[in-house]
Design a protein around this ligand. Structure first.
Ligand SMILES: NC(=O)c1ccc[n+]([C@@H]2O[C@H](COP(=O)([O-])OP(=O)(O)OC[C@H]3O[C@@H](n4cnc5c(N)ncnc54)[C@H](O)[C@@H]3O)[C@@H](O)[C@H]2O)c1
Length: 376
């Protein structure tokens, strides 16, 4: 839960340069994840930490629904005009399969909420945004590894919400080029957890991604006797789908680089084709791993003897999604150095220290309620 956001918050706090304000409706997160992040940040402080350093480890955590304009406005009002330097917009629904069943819910939460967030940001003169996009914007890409210049052609409603949000944000940057600047980060497959084992992924119900599923199988939360592998007849080395996994801590650091690239000394927009200060970057390692290679890596990390059976291809699966990360490397200085062994080790460390995750979701703020602030 709040997998990426919790790691991003830590990456920001580790620098002691930011005051983090979090907005979450706890649809898929537990407030404990934020308490844990604050704890990791406090533990990382040197003994001679200044009051300002200590203050940078305090998170202003708002329980607030991005779909509720009044709640969001209340948060911005609390800090006043110009009071928030920039926004990293991570919140979204993210289940590809579910998005085909309830598309309107996805469009409302991922697109509607983004429009209203941008409007409120504008009202409060907060015009820098880093956006969480996804490799799903590429659909079935014509070229592997995938450069950012690849046309966007998402297959699922979820992927389309990411394409729409990127389009909307770019349009906003085009309309007011001297006011707005934005970077969209197209994540490939985040994996692992912070090495402390204090924060990690805690999926609601049955995990939908491969690594959390393997981790839940090994810890006994999922009782399946066999992993179902969707197709072994793809044009890949072992016939199973290939994805580009990167450590979530490396991914989180990419957000820090992106925020800095929205600052006054940045040159990332110098090469934009128009005067709109908008750019998208792939965040991936640039190496693919097949399903069977992942199973093997998790077997080594957990000692669990995974059995698997190959069933038919799953509708919508793309054979290979591997990033060309050259642009992010060159322009942002992004790197994802941590290897698969480390990702699996850190995931298993989190899972064994928290066999039941954070312990279930917390209360969700009812519509119309005033957002609540907790300082953690
Ligand atoms: N995890 C992945 O594999 C992956 C890959 C590519 C892109 N992404 C994108 O990264 C982002 C984060 O993914 P994650 O895996 O951390 O997901 P997550 O579900 O763990 O985190 C999303 C957070 O947003 C919150 N949220 C959702 N709707 C909200 C709303 N209306 N108001 C306030 N809070 C709301 C949830 O409670 C949760 O804390 C998403 O935008 C997702 O689309 C994720």
């Amino acid at each position: 839960m709040a997998l990426i956001a919790s790691h991003v918050i830590f990456a920001l706090q580790e620098t002691r340069r930011f005051k983090v304000i979090s907005i979450d409706n706890h649809h898929n997160s537990h407030p404990k994840s934020l308490q844990r992040v604050a704890q990791i940040a406090r533990d990382a402080l040197p003994p001679n930490a200044s009051e300002q350093d200590k203050e940078s480890t305090v998170i202003d955590a708002w329980t607030c629904d991005l779909r509720n304009r009044e709640q969001v406005r209340n948060v911005f009002e609390h800090y006043g005009k110009d009071g928030i330097w920039g926004v990293i917009h991570i919140a979204a629904y993210k289940a590809v399969g579910e998005s085909s069943e309830i598309p309107l819910t996805y469009y409302e939460n991922n697109v509607g909420a983004t429009i209203s967030l941008l409007q409120i940001m504008s009202e409060y003169d907060c015009t820098r945004i880093v956006y969480s996009s996804s490799a799903t914007v590429y659909g079935t890409p014509p070229v592997i590894p995938i450069p950012e210049t690849t046309r966007m052609k998402a297959d699922s409603p979820y992927g389309k919400t990411k394409v729409m949000d990127e389009t909307i944000i770019e349009d906003v940057c085009s309309a007011e080029p001297t006011r707005w600047s934005a970077l969209s980060l197209r994540y490939f497959n985040p994996a692992g957890a912070h090495p402390s084992g204090l924060i990690g992924e805690d999926p609601l119900g049955r995990p939908m991604n491969l690594l959390p599923l393997l981790s839940h199988m090994a810890i006994g939360l999922v009782k399946d006797s066999k992993l179902q592998v969707f197709g072994q007849d793809y044009p890949t080395p072992d016939g199973t789908c290939v994805r580009d996994y990167l450590h979530v801590v490396d991914l989180a650091k990419g957000h820090l680089l992106a925020l800095d690239a929205l600052g006054p000394d940045s040159h990332v927009f110098d090469t934009c084709p128009t005067n709109a200060r908008f750019k998208a970057y792939n965040l991936g390692k640039g190496h693919g791993m097949s399903v069977l290679e992942m199973v093997d890596a998790m077997r080594k990390a957990t000692g669990f003897d995974y059995k698997y059976e190959v069933i038919g291809r799953r509708h919508g699966d793309v054979p290979e999604l591997v990033a060309d990360p050259t642009l992010a490397r060159k322009e942002l200085g992004f790197n994802a150095p941590q290897d698969l062994v480390t990702m699996c080790r850190d995931l298993w460390n989190w899972q064994t220290k928290n066999p039941k995750g954070y312990g279930g979701p917390d209360e969700v703020l009812p519509a119309g309620a005033t957002p609540t602030l907790h300082q953690l």
